[in-house]
Design a protein around this ligand. Structure first.
Ligand SMILES: Cc1cc2nc3c(=O)[nH]c(=O)nc-3n(C[C@H](O)[C@H](O)[C@H](O)COP(=O)(O)OP(=O)(O)OC[C@H]3O[C@@H](n4cnc5c(N)ncnc54)[C@H](O)[C@@H]3O)c2cc1C
Length: 800
């Protein structure tokens, strides 16, 4: 072992080995992986080795598809047999909603390029998997690229392939301490000290402790998981083909062939955490005693699905642990605030996702940015709120138990909630507010009559009319929405203006003005759709999406300059926004000066008893005022605004209405229209770029795009002929049967009475009037491109 490496990867499980392999593959060979025992001696050795395509999150599905394709490549490259059995796989649907969901997902797969799937009747599915009973099955999806692998062989293959490319790994080498140095890390191991520039936590079951070595509390916990392997099943032995990997979602089981028997794995509803502070250091290749009382119900369902196993013995029980984050996705990327400390942990399906995780992390370390949008696994999607043990317990437990349970797009899950609340939360609840959650904060969805409960559905819900009424009220009168769920950063210091000018692609607003600000990566891809306020007193504010707080904070910190201070003030500053044709009348009653603010003007004012920073803007497309105050003023400000607006018919609305109103204006939002793998040209964000203002981050790349052949895809607004459901995102868009794009977001335009979507489509079919079709919840609907902003295209209401 050398005394210095560019990168030290801690942990030789499937994930660490994949990170090592990808670093070497992409050109960083001065890298080493340290493993406290032998390769694969954490959760990796006892995994079921199943690989399957389905994931409710399209980004994760794409990651899984990459990993599956990589497996035969690393087998070839390493010369190590990985026991790959590409049997194909079935996913079964056992309820009408699940069948709708599966059909919708089949279509989403098409739009993300996974095209080896087909939908099947129960009878067709049974031909592929003759040992299964089709009792209760309504339909199935077949995927060619599913099956299983030998787990330790696969870890060996990644590590061997990495070594062949120049990387090193050492077993029986435990990392005991991490000390941050001026230019990296000192790694204290039981075999001596080494130094490195970057450290990667791929500690799997021990990731929590490897985080704590650097003072980081990662939101991760191990949970226990069962599978069984049967003795020989005569029907399996007699078959002249292998049984496919079969996932029975309503039965909470997955099944694959194992020699001449089968392996059945169980996602236990009655879940059990283990070693929440990380596995004990002396934990080796041990298993837990099976806990039949915890899995009785799922076992009964499993035996009913595969009746042939009732007559054979169980050869092996495995009850082992593996790790989960609160939303079940991996924790990957640079940890905010800790220089050169990278995460590749909480990978719940390492054999299925590990390849993609390794690729993403290696690109990030080497290029500065991953190629694809890595948001859904970015460690920065969590903040301090997720360090709490009870929060981690509730959320990881909820994810585990619901692993095979369908979550509807309008469903609110209870774990870890309510956690953070705006001061007026209780008063708003009293007024009928129904809450969602963003980055640990309760955010208002809509206001409903007492006793109202929203029914989970894939289609329009029973809250449709309530939200519609809120939208119409904003367009016709005046509405008020709590804006605590916007993030706010204060930027100050002698270097603030120059720093902002270099960081943002937009012209900076003058004193007392606000402006939409585009932020780009050096590669010219989007990094932010922000609003910049120049308060005229030396203070600037950057406002953005609340859930991106840690993500933006990390970017600002990584690009900070001398003479600039950036503070995340989102916990201290809250607010309300007024919107609608009567908004000015309401505000005039409290401050005639504010009523005089021009469109996109901003300043410090008195609103009743409250000192506020007010901006004249709104995402609804109406005349709007965003009133920002200290958290202690939140309750008082709400009362003040409601009292002032009472005679003018003011009423509160929530984010659901706000999203519908912005769609009617074709205003894009982050994680839908705007993501970090898209460019200004393809999303229309180029119109906010100040080409003539001098240099800024991403300018050269953005210029190259501008002066090139034009983007292959463009963002358009669609109207869709759909009666009972709306698009939500990633649905495929077709032109004469050819796939031409996908939906970025959708919903109902309540005040123009149309089902709307925004979509990225091939530029040749992006002109208004173009006839297209879109699959909405699995059903093909006619659609057409319409001119942007179907409501008030000239923006008179907003500017007026
Ligand atoms: C019963 C069961 C069935 C499963 N089935 C599947 C399946 O079908 N498909 C699938 O994809 N996944 C499956 N999984 C999940 C899979 O096992 C994990 O996702 C995967 O093993 C995670 O790999 P890892 O490398 O992150 O962690 P681990 O395998 O836990 O590896 C971490 C490694 O880091 C080492 N380490 C930790 N701290 C240090 C230190 N300080 N110094 C040096 N070394 C250190 C450990 O010794 C360990 O080897 C299953 C898991 C279980 C328990």
């Amino acid at each position: 072992m050398k005394s210095h490496y560019r990168v030290v990867v801690i942990g030789g499980g499937v994930v660490g080995s994949s990170v090592l392999y990808h670093l070497a593959k992409f050109g960083w060979t001065d890298v080493v992986m340290l493993e406290r025992r032998r390769l694969a001696s954490g959760s990796s050795w006892h995994a079921a080795g199943g690989i399957h395509a389905l994931n409710a999150d399209p980004n994760m599905a794409a990651l899984q598809a990459y990993t599956i394709d990589l497996l035969s490549e690393i087998e070839q490259e390493s010369g190590q047999n990985i026991g790959l059995h590409m049997t194909g796989g079935l996913t079964l649907a056992g309820t009408p909603d699940r069948w709708d969901w599966l059909q919708a997902n089949y279509r989403i797969f098409q739009s993300i390029g996974i095209d080896d799937c087909e939908l099947m009747t129960p009878e067709e599915a049974q031909k592929r998997c003759p040992i299964m009973s089709t009792e209760g099955v309504l339909g199935a999806m077949w995927a060619d690229r599913e099956g299983y692998i030998d787990t330790t062989g696969t870890v060996q293959a990644y590590a061997t392939a990495a070594k062949k490319r120049g990387a090193e790994y050492y077993e029986e080498t435990k990392v005991e301490e991490l000390i941050q140095t001026a230019d990296g890390w000192e790694i204290v191991t039981d075999k001596g000290k080494i130094t490195c520039e970057h450290v990667v936590n791929a500690g799997g079951l021990w990731a929590k402790q490897v985080g704590r070595m650097a003072g980081i509390e990662l939101p991760v916990s191990p949970l226990k998981h069962h599978y069984l392997i049967t003795d020989t099943v005569p029907e399996v032995a007699a078959a002249d083909f292998e049984m496919p990997m079969t996932v029975d979602l309503e039965g909470f089981t997955y099944m694959r062939q194992d020699q001449q028997g089968v392996l059945v794995g169980i996602y236990e509803i009655d879940h059990e955490h283990w070693a929440m502070d990380g596995a004990p250091w002396d934990y080796g290749e041990e298993l837990f005693q099976e806990q039949l009382d915890r899995i009785e119900n799922e076992l009964t369902l499993g035996f009913a699905r595969y009746p042939v196993i009732e007559n054979v013995g169980i050869k092996t029980w495995v009850n082992g642990a593996f790790t989960f984050s609160p939303d079940g996705n991996p924790l990957v990327g640079p940890v905010p605030g800790v220089k050169n400390y990278w995460c590749a942990c909480a990978v719940m399906a390492g054999f299925l996702q590990g390849g993609g995780v390794g690729k993403t992390l290696a690109e990030w370390m080497i290029e500065g940015e991953p190629e694809a949008d890595a948001w859904s696994m970015d460690v920065a999607r969590y903040g301090q709120f997720a360090e709490n043990k009870e929060y981690i317990k509730q959320t990881t437990g909820q994810f585990y138990s619901r692993r095979f349970v369908m979550t509807y797009p309008n469903e609110q899950l209870p774990a870890g909630r309510p956690l953070n609340m705006a001061p007026a939360h209780d008063a708003m609840t009293e007024a009928g507010c129904k809450w969602g959650v963003s980055y640990g904060l309760e955010v208002p969805l809509y206001f409903a009559p007492k006793g109202f409960e929203e029914t989970p559905t894939l289609k329009r819900s029973n809250a449709f009319e309530i939200v519609g009424e809120e939208c119409r009220h904003v367009r016709e009168h005046v509405g008020m929405v709590d804006t605590t769920g916007f993030s706010r950063f204060a930027v100050k210091g002698p270097g603030a203006e120059a720093w902002l000018n270099g960081l943002l692609a937009t012209k900076l607003p003058g004193p007392g003005r606000a402006r939409l600000a585009v932020m780009l990566s050096p590669e010219g891809r989007l990094k932010g759709d922000l609003t910049l306020f120049n308060w005229g007193d030396g203070t600037w504010w950057i406002m953005g999406s609340y859930y991106l707080r840690a993500w933006h904070r990390r970017w600002f910190q990584d690009h900070l300059a001398d003479g600039v201070e950036v503070h995340d003030i989102s916990d201290n500053i809250v607010g309300f926004s007024l919107a609608g044709p009567r908004a000015r009348d309401v505000i005039a009653l409290l401050s005639p000066e504010v009523a005089e603010l021009p469109f996109m003007g901003c300043g410090n004012f008195d609103i009743g008893l409250h000192r506020a920073r007010v901006g004249r803007l709104s995402v609804t497309g109406e005349t709007g005022y965003e009133v920002n105050v200290r958290a202690a003023d939140h309750i008082g400000l709400r009362r003040t605004l409601l009292n002032a607006g009472a005679a003018l018919g003011i009423r509160e609305f929530g984010f659901n209405a706000m999203l519908s109103l912005r769609l009617e204006k074709s205003f894009g939002i982050w994680s839908a229209e705007f993501t970090q793998d898209r460019t200004p040209g393809m999303t229309g964000m180029d119109r906010w770029i100040a080409w003539d203002k001098g240099d800024f981050t991403g300018r050269a790349a953005a210029l190259a795009e501008r002066d090139g052949n034009g983007p292959a895809r463009s963002l358009v607004t669609l109207e869709i002929d759909s009666d009972d459901a709306d698009a939500s995102g990633y649905e495929p868009v077709w032109s004469d049967g050819a796939l031409v794009g996908f939906v970025t977001s959708g919903g109902y335009g309540h005040t123009i009475d149309r089902s709307l979507a925004m979509a990225l489509v091939d530029s040749e079919v992006s002109q208004p009037g173009q006839a297209l079709s879109v699959h909405v919840v699995g059903k093909e609907c006619a659609a057409r491109v319409i001119s942007p902003s179907p409501y008030d295209p000239d923006g008179k209401a907003m500017r007026g």
